[in-house]
Design a protein around this ligand. Structure first.
Ligand code: PMP
Length: 396
């Protein structure tokens, strides 16, 4: 069959270009160690930023929710699946983000596609989207009926020009990641909010990697810039620092009421399980009562970056626990991670199409659960491997 032949050729080509993906099974021992074929590996590739997936209070909350409400929700939010844990967590998220209201979706991916397609829903609207925005924003823009204009990454001069010169008879939207997932840098939100004011733009920030990570108490990128309440919609996920699954949108009650009625990924999917929401709720309570965890994460990330940078490992300029080591060719990035894997260290190789061709990289993510010994061990392995592979650029 023609289609199957095409598929086979495509997969073979991807294999030859070192961009073929495969699934690997990870058995978690704790937030930063996994067991594979009875061998223990140190993991620096997880978005479990605060290491709360194994916190006793988070696990106990999930278990208690199963006991009380059962396993599945059994229906969408607008039919029979809206169990009491939803309202409680949405109120807590809104208070945490200092917005009027919040709405939980089934994942961060689903929040992005649902929100963008529901809001930017006429051909007269224009979306201005950062070139390095996450795939789920890109897919949201594809589903939206608006025209999408991509601006060069974090380039506010270019954004200003595009806002000025792109005809728009409807609503302008500016959409950006708060923390960029593959580079670890932070959006220029101050300038974006200023430009949005000038051009009556609606600002949407995806704080998937910012929530629990930057800003006062981990409140995200708006809080980081002292702009809480000045961003029209803050999106996020429960699957990274909040140790569970699900996504959310936080903003005005008006917009949330609209999303309940119009966001198709919200309306037409079964609600999350009680255990999932209970775990996220418990993780958020820990974040609220123990905000030092956010600072501790930043200190650990800084310690790791300092060690690698001082040894001359080529880091991209990240301001967060996402630490990209620029390699270039996909095959070399794969080769590097395989060598680290042989040393029992797991780090992601990020390759096209996730990043542009020629900018494949290793992507380390630090969590609050990594110990000083983990940092010493991982940095020594990476530096040693980088030297052997001729990747270290000593300071001139
Ligand atoms: N936005 C960004 C910036 C992300 O990095 C991710 C996940 N990697 C998502 C959205 C999707 O979130 P989720 O995994 O909860 O679907």
């Amino acid at each position: 069959m023609q289609k199957l032949t095409q598929i086979k050729t495509q997969l073979l080509n991807m294999h030859a270009e070192a961009v073929l993906r495969q699934l690997h099974e990870f058995h978690f021992v704790d937030p930063v160690h996994v067991c594979i074929k009875n061998e223990k590996y140190l993991l620096m590739a997880s978005n479990n930023y605060l290491g709360l997936t194994h916190h006793p209070a988070v696990k106990a909350a999930a278990a208690a929710a199963i006991e009380e409400y059962g396993t599945g929700s059994g229906g969408s939010r607008l039919t029979s699946g809206n169990h009491p844990l939803y309202g409680r967590l949405e109120k807590d998220i809104a208070r945490f983000k200092q917005t009027e209201a919040a709405l939980i979706f089934n994942s961060g991916y689903m929040s992005n596609i649902g929100v963008i397609s529901a809001l930017a829903n006429t051909a007269a609207d224009v979306i201005f989207s950062d070139a390095l925005n996450h795939a789920s924003i890109i897919d949201g823009c594809r589903l939206a009926r608006a025209k999408t204009v991509i601006y060069p990454h974090n380039n506010m001069v270019a954004l200003a020009e595009l806002l000025k010169n792109t005809p728009c008879s409807g609503q302008r939207f500016i959409i950006t990641d708060g923390v960029f997932s593959m580079d670890g840098d932070i959006a220029c939100l101050e300038k974006i909010v200023y430009l949005a004011g000038k051009y009556d733009g609606f600002v949407i920030v995806d704080d998937a990697h910012a929530t629990g990570v930057i800003g006062s108490g981990g409140r995200g990128s708006a809080a980081y810039y002292g702009l809480s309440g000045r961003v029209h919609l803050e999106l996020g996920t429960l699957s990274k620092a909040l140790a569970s699954e699900g996504g959310f949108a936080a903003g005005s009650q008006l917009v949330i009421n609209y999303l309940i009625n119009k966001a198709r990924s919200f309306i037409f999917s079964t609600a999350l399980s009680p255990a999932t929401l209970a775990a996220a709720s418990a993780a958020l309570q820990i974040l609220l009562t123990e905000p030092y965890r956010v600072e501790r994460l930043a200190l650990k990330a800084a310690a790791m970056k300092d060690k690698l940078r001082l040894a001359g490992v080529p880091l991209l300029k990240s301001e967060t626990p996402i630490i990209p080591i620029l390699i270039g060719a996909a095959s070399q990035a794969m080769d590097f991670t395989e060598k680290l894997y042989a040393e029992k260290l797991i780090v992601s190789a990020i390759r096209p199409p996730t990043v542009p061709v020629g900018s494949s990289r290793l992507r380390l993510t630090m969590t609050g659960a990594h110990s000083a010994a983990d940092i010493d061990k991982a940095s020594a392995i990476i530096i040693h491997t980088a030297i052997k592979m001729g990747r270290v650029k000593p300071f001139a």
